[in-house]
Design a protein. Sequence first.
Length: 201
Amino acid sequence: MTDLKHIRNYYKKHAPFYDLTRPFFLFGRNRICNELIKILPKNSSVLEVGSGTGYLLNKLSKRNDLKLTGIDVSKEMIDRSDQNFELINSEYNIDSFTENSFDSILLSYIFTLEENDTDEFISNIKYHLKDNGTLAVVDFHNASPHYDRFMRSQNIIIDPELFERLKEEFECKYEFEGIAWFGIWRYRVMVLGKDRVLGTG
């Protein structure tokens, strides 16, 4: 079960300087946005789960035909957004939206938050994503033992099996693995289709 109090307190403290610090270690976010800008059909509806200050939604707004929605538990983070799109201050769960609501769902460094349940997230995504919809994920992939211990102290659980699990549930259409800070950790960018093709991957 998600510890909302912990998450809200954390991002309340970090909101004033979040966008200044995250470019130094949340790599791959621009890449995933650029990939979505290239591949999404015209007038696609896009949901970002854990949209924070709207950094990625602002990137996606270069495509002015996209219908952009963000959901985040932190009011302080949302308050720092440009508010050029629909933003919902709430926990993301199965009741957040109706079935088949979005053409694409984006998650940036969300799966590895300790409070989040991967199985529940996958189930919710499948419910809210339209048939032939696109799931876009960027997240930590693996790390040195020292950095892994440090991230665990920050309530970040780096799971090397995360992306393989996603490939079991969705059809992988694009992936990229990047090296951060001379190999201290690695991250992955992945675009997947809702309808996994049996016999692939």
